[in-house]
Ligand binder design. Sequence first.
Ligand SMILES: [Zn+2]
Length: 271
Amino acid sequence: MEIKDHLLQGPKVKFQKTPNHSGEFAKGDLDTIVLHYTAGPLGPSLATLTNPRVKASAHLCVDRDGTVVQLAPFNIQTWHAGKSEWKGKVGLNKYSIGIEIVNDGPLTKSGNIYRAWYGASLIESDVIEATHRNESIPRYWHTYTTEQIEVVNEICQLLIDTYGITEIVGHEEIAPMRKSDPGPAFPMDRIRNKLLKGNRDEDEGLNDDLKNGRVLASSLNIREAPSPEAAKVAKSLTKNQKVKILEQKGEWFRVTTEVEGWVSAKYIGLE
Ligand SMILES: [Zn+2]
């Protein structure tokens, strides 16, 4: 993929113009990417994001198979953030590119069936149980596909290179009282740590020599939240397994390997 004249180009990119937009970004103002989920499939989401009565839009919509629909050029302000605030800036539409990712969001379970808010049922392999960063109790969430995560990653890199983006945030972080997207199923911290390394260190309370670790115990539980009562994310980590440390809370590290979760910090050796 590449960006030409503020438009994404590539074999899996389409363009569908939205009437919902403001003018160009003020010079020097564009410095942020805001990630969202659509809370529904592509078709209805595009219908909403291009409906003049709804007054909502975004720059891009990324489908489950990695197909991207661009709704407005990147130099134009779209309407995805609403009432929002980040690092002293208020109303992030004026400063950000909005990327919607097709995902059903939180799910409810009855018996063995997981359901989205609009009634669709999901199979278990498309569901994770995880605790949202703004909540304390785990819920069920629709997973993102590998294609989506790879495409979003690539697009963010292109936008950083083209527009000098310095912040990648979730809607849930700039409007935490109202919004839950993209939610815990999206590897938000991993992506921004990788793409913006350095920029987030302050926020995560980490310095450089805290980033790589190794499991010291013969077996180490990895959990959804920094608590011994929190549910386990996957099977235990094994001795000498290498991890990346993303965040520290008291006696706990949030780490990533093939899986992401919280482990007791005392069983991790720093490298
Ligand atoms: Zn959103």
